[in-house]
Design a protein around this ligand. Structure first.
Ligand SMILES: [Fe+2]
Ligand SMILES: [Fe+2]
Length: 276
């Protein structure tokens, strides 16, 4: 434990986008890993911007990330169907239909026996249709509260109003922290709501000079011509870490503090080559 033994400090990293996202997080955690009891990262865009290969899953595990959450891009690398059921750190959206491979929530046990439950869910506004998160996640929070008071939610959704409303709903059910993801733009509304740490969107980790982590020109062509063109991950010298840290009382599950992290790294100013 990092603090007094009663409070646990959790770090949540916004969507890792491609290799720049993976590498900036890898380097960040070399120095910061020991400051946290539990680290979560959204990895739905970690492999070339779309999905997650088994190789990248293993690499990201070695960075010191304890839990990986995901979102609508979870199935983009078809090989995930071959390994998701044995990927112990990976949580896919909870509100997919029954029978979907993988798991939508998981309870992790820290070295000192403290249990942390993580739920990942998709929103339904401006998103592909999925089961309602309202009933399914509510039932799951109630079930998990029988196991631990520490409940973390990654809500992967487009509409800010849906995120705010669902966040408040989860707070009233006793969640400890709620991190919005998917829009890749970090919001400045971090707060404690009814004992729960909340932010509408955690942002993304990856190349700053692009369009939410993707290359500008292909994004521009898609918007201006309406002709589908394959997205490419942005490449540039300036990369960013978008993350949120939350301190949680390990007995009550109540959040005591929340802080946004937004930092830039200029690869030109680093002494060592970053394997790019
Ligand atoms: Fe994403
Ligand atoms: Fe997404």
């Amino acid at each position: 434990m990092t603090g007094d033994g009663k409070t646990i400090k959790i770090l949540f990293l916004g969507d890792l986008v491609g290799r720049p996202g993976r590498f900036v997080v890898r380097d960040f955690l070399k120095k910061q890993r020991e400051n946290y009891d539990f680290i979560i990262a959204n990895v739905e865009n970690a492999s070339h911007g779309f999905g997650l290969t088994e190789k990248n899953y293993n690499e990201i595990s070695e960075y010191g990330i304890d839990c990986m959450t995901s979102g609508n891009h979870i199935w983009d690398k078809r090989e995930i169907l071959n390994y998701i059921d044995k990927a112990d750190r990976l949580v896919r959206p909870f509100n997919y239909p029954n029978g979907t491979p993988g798991r939508g929530s998981k309870v992790f046990e820290l070295d000192n026996g403290v249990k942390v439950a993580v739920i990942n869910a998709l929103g339904r506004v401006f998103m592909a249709p999925v089961d309602s998160q309202w009933e399914t996640v509510a039932d799951e929070i109630k079930r998990l509260k029988e196991i631990t008071q520490i409940i973390i939610v990654d809500f992967h959704a487009e509409a800010t109003a849906e995120k705010i409303c669902f966040g408040r709903f989860c707070a009233d059910l006793g969640a400890s922290a709620f991190f919005g993801t998917h829009t890749h733009v970090q919001t400045a509304d971090e707060q404690i709501v009814n004992n729960m740490g909340y932010i509408t969107d955690a942002g993304f980790c990856g190349t700053s000079d692009g369009v939410i982590g993707m290359e500008y020109n292909t994004s521009l062509n898609r918007f201006t011509t309406c002709i589908p063109e394959r997205y490419e991950v942005a490449d540039g010298n300036v990369v960013q870490i978008n993350a949120v840290e939350v301190e949680i009382d390990s007995t009550s599950g109540h959040a005591a503090a929340i802080k946004r992290i937004f930092c830039y790294v200029d690869e030109n100013e680093k002494e060592e080559d970053n394997e790019k």
